[in-house]
Write a protein that binds this ligand. Sequence first.
Ligand code: X5A
Ligand code: ZN
Length: 671
Amino acid sequence: MGTALVYHEDMTATRLLWDDPECEIECPERLTAALDGLRQRGLEERCLCLSACEASEEELGLVHRSDYDSPEYIALVRKTQTLDKEELHTLSKQYDAVYFHPDTFHCARLAAGATLQLVDAVLTGAVHNGLALVRPPGHHSQRAAANGFCVFNNVAIAAQHAKQKYGLQRILIVDWDVHHGQGIQYIFNDDPSVLYFSWHRYEHGNFWPFLPESDADAVGQGRGQGFTVNLPWNQVGMGNADYLAAFLHVLLPLAFEFDPELVLVSAGFDSAIGDPEGQMQATPECFAHLTQLLQVLAGGRICAVLEGGYHLESLAQSVCMMVQTLLGDPTPPLPGLMVPCQSALESIQSVRTAQTPHWTSLQQNVAPVLSTSIHCPGGRSLLLVGESPTCVGAEDSPSPLLDRPYLRPTPPICTAVALTVPGAALALSPGVLHQEGSVSREETEALARLHRSQFQDEDLATLGKILYLLDGILDGQIRSALATTTALATAATLDVLIQRCLARRNQRLLCVALGQLDRPLDLADDGRVLWLNIQGKEAAIWSMFHFSTPLPQTTGGFLSLILGLVLPLAYGFQPDMVLMALGPAHGLQNAQAALLAAMLRSPVGGRILAVVEEEDKLQLARTLARALHGETPPSLGPFSMASPEEIQALMLLKAQLEARWKLLQVAAPPS
Ligand code: X5A
Ligand code: ZN
């Protein structure tokens, strides 16, 4: 199982034959630049490379079928093979932003065919996921019309194919191209089996394709209401924090509720920095993060299909970021301030408002009653005044960001496991290793004494092993690790681990403590540790870095906690590593623990040390080890709506923390 890369050199054949400033950016070098990038970084050879074959006319007909009042579109495109340059130019002018070439029909059939092969490879289980590198792009193409460089709608054809050939009932299409894929929207407008999400440069309708139906209030029609989700960007310059906020607060809540069986990505990279069309500021690394966030859906079955992307260097880097993430590599750090801009928040708010009638997960968005008190020891008011910045202008040069090489060496050990239970052989995945090393007895004892923690003799041995894992992560020898502790030693262990971590270099540590684990008494409040306790009791806030919240009992509440609180905090804090501890009475189901671990990997590049009490069934350790290692976590089960109490607790906590942690915002503060 791996990652497929579907391509054919013939797709570089089509090109513009006359002068047209609008169309000249869609050039053959786009494909060669992307492929060269993959080769240079050694990514191509790690993929299962498939040579694209043309889609049949029957397959194209899944979307481009003729009806009574329009002539057959496929026949018309077929005919372009024999037209001369002048005739091609005349035909091209009948469409908006389109050029035909004698090889267009062949290339467009290869593009659709490549997409179908990718879907087949994923749905037959030959690979986990993959990318089709294609030209021409597809998402603007309509049933009987070429549009915006697109001839056949590759992704829409693939979705129909997945429904018909494999009987899929729920397909998610994520269109992160900077243009609105209106073609896909029209094709599935009344179809509830395809959830179409698109963000796009809109500028209140003043950007191509200038359509009112690209706005947030277009939600689909008939049975398809709520299955079209448009997030219009009304300013250029959207960056990493804006894209992340869109995923955490719009796409992912709906996607989890929808529970897709397959994710198709209309992967246009004109939404990245440097692109002349998009004028956005998101860096290539952002696409690694977006990809990894999608990997928790649909059992990891992701088919990405190239759409736009016109800055060759930016395109190549973004494609590489996506492919390395599909291959399972950890995410690189995300550059920039994690603060969404005012305009992005306004857009996020408008799409959430438009979609609220259609999605339970958004109906939890009730205004908090601020008079209801939340436990704030010391009685200080924690509300600070803050404003969201406006977008960075597009004129700011992209080059410093694009020049930055990405270097974080791959640790020799992917996932290490140390268990206290004698002889407990975990059936581990390849790459997950049992680790027997330990920090010396003297050093372990000294550390334990330093923190006046009470350890039994056998607990000290365990502590030594866990410290060894921690050191391995801090030294870059181990990426992630899992350890079990003996009963009741978790709190003391956590105490020592935090101190050890802080004593080393300039580390920032995110500590997610589940269950009855008290905040260590001497826990520093200098911004180096973010302490989040998730347990059964009421919410409490000690400072902007230390707080606790109850564990929701519903899947809806749990997902809101992860997407609405934990991940925004983790991304905002930008820790060097995560310490995840499952203490007494943590109450998490295995699938919940795995999802939390899997999603926490993104903001820290996979650097997680998880500590579990041995009383927990070994199945938990096994599931957690797999999630840490990058396997898609098991499903949480049927979606259940969060209870009013759960919503209230979360909203209150978020309201208090928003002033410091701007990624928590789901709406624009009044300007
Ligand atoms: C696939 C794609 C853009 C067309 C822009 C026309 N098309 N101005 O990015
Ligand atoms: Zn585009």
